[in-house]
Design a protein around this ligand. Structure first.
Ligand code: C5P
Length: 415
């Protein structure tokens, strides 16, 4: 039987182009025997019809606040509380702003004010709207109030721009719903995340590294690794959602700063190490950054000129400090739990096991980043958690979901 069987989702559908994915979301939920009741906003009805939603949910679709006052119909308070979870998808900048401000000017926003159930938002909007300070401030406020968030993903948008803002794909939204509604430990033997209201990591400080480092060759050129920062940033957000005070030390990335987290922006490996050491003491360190292994011994102070006919320059490289190994070294300031990542293309498990011993960290999250997996820069990850007790194989999951599970495992380990 599905973990979602018998659960009920109240699905609020605001007006965004990503609403075209909603019928698929409903189909997936109904296929898991999860009940779905839709509330379609006036602008949502411009993108998806009431008739479609009604046919797929096999129940009434609500859209008008005042029709609910009819005694034969469900009052809006009751409707907002009869579900196990309220899902807002696509969560537009507009409805997120109304949620943050506590505005209730239609059925959807009134329900969101009246509900006593967990709320999950799947943001979807233009990249600039998502990165706008107002939207980010609203997200921080909503996260602090316990609203759960899935996505948004990076990618090409309907408006011909590229970046974060695409609504998560329906399977990732279902995974997030399952994580909130399925009982703990029911998910493939791994661990279900806790809802944002619980704070098992309250009072704990976590340092997370994320993104690439840039090692200058001259003022305009640099050496770097491929890394979007998505996984590290999601881990920082998940640890914060469980109540930790989080310092995120991030290399140059295009993903936005996660809400509720202190972000230190650095460029080079040496700056990343210094920022981590300055942030100590901490109980938890998660090194998810793709740190460049080498830097140029002496970066040129001016742009190296390309002179026709002249020999190409030779770069002398020197090793960078290993941040994970440095934080893992025994000593009074060593965090209790240090977690490293092993992104490998060959002999994944053997290399990852060896890395755990070599670096001296407690856990390694191992993932296969061969190009055919599509994991590098993508929205999903398939990882193995290597601890002193053995290996846990996790299913392929959205990176947000990997982050939630890892944060939950960390909370359990420190309990
Ligand atoms: O040695 P490798 O780069 O494969 O190890 C990966 C792990 O080590 C990751 O957790 C990464 O963040 C960390 N690392 C680091 N400093 C480095 C190199 C890697 O913290 N200089």
């Amino acid at each position: 039987m599905s973990d979602l069987a018998g659960k009920r989702v109240l699905l609020i559908v605001p007006g965004g182009i990503a609403a075209f994915k909603i019928p698929e979301l409903i189909r997936l939920l109904r296929g898991r025997d999860c009940g779905v009741t839709c509330v379609l906003t006036q602008s949502g009805a411009q993108f998806v019809t009431k008739l479609t939603l009604q046919a797929l949910t096999e129940t009434t679709v609500y859209s008008d606040l005042f029709s609910l006052t009819d005694e034969n119909e469900m009052g809006h308070i009751q409707l907002s509380r009869s579900a196990d979870l309220v899902v807002v998808a696509p969560a537009t900048a507009n409805i997120l702003a109304k949620m943050a401000a506590g505005i209730g000017d239609d059925l959807a926003t009134t329900l969101l004010l009246a509900t006593d159930k967990p709320v999950l938002a799947a943001p979807a909007m233009n990249v600039r709207m998502w990165l706008h300070a107002a939207t980010q401030a609203n997200m921080a406020l909503l996260a602090a109030r316990g609203v759960e968030v899935v996505g948004p993903d990076d990618g090409a948008m309907a408006c011909n721009e590229y970046g974060p803002g695409r609504m998560s794909e329906p399977p990732a939204i279902v995974a997030a719903i399952e994580a909130l509604l399925a009982p703990p430990h029911a998910l493939d033997g791994a661990h279900a995340p806790l809802a944002g209201r619980h704070a098992p990591l309250a009072g704990k400080h976590a340092i997370v590294t994320s993104g690439p480092t840039h090692e200058p060759i001259d003022p305009v050129r640099y050496i770097a690794n491929r890394s979007s920062g998505r996984q590290g940033h999601a881990i920082a957000a998940s640890l914060a959602a469980l109540g930790a005070r989080v310092t995120l030390v991030s290399g140059p990335v295009s993903v936005p700063d996660p809400p509720g987290v202190t972000v230190l922006h650095i460029e080079s490996a040496r700056q990343m190490l210094a920022a981590c050491q300055d942030a100590l003491p901490a109980e938890i360190a998660v090194c998810a950054a793709a740190v460049a292994d080498w830097r140029v011994a002496i970066a040129a102070s001016g742009k190296i000129k390309k002179t026709p006919g002249a020999a190409s320059p030779t770069l002398e490289l020197v090793p960078n400090p290993d941040i994970l190994a440095t934080l893992s070294a025994p000593g009074p300031r060593r965090p209790h739990l240090v977690v490293g990542f092993a992104a490998e293309t060959d002999d994944l498990m053997a290399n990852a096991q060896a890395k755990r011993t070599r670096k001296g960290c407690n856990w390694i999250v191992a993932n296969d980043v061969s190009p055919e997996t599509g994991i590098m820069g993508g929205a999903e990850n398939a990882v193995h958690l290597i601890t002193a007790d053995g290996v846990e194989d996790w299913p392929r999951l959205a990176k947000d979901e990997v982050a939630r599970r890892l944060a939950t495992r960390i909370a359990e380990a420190l309990a």
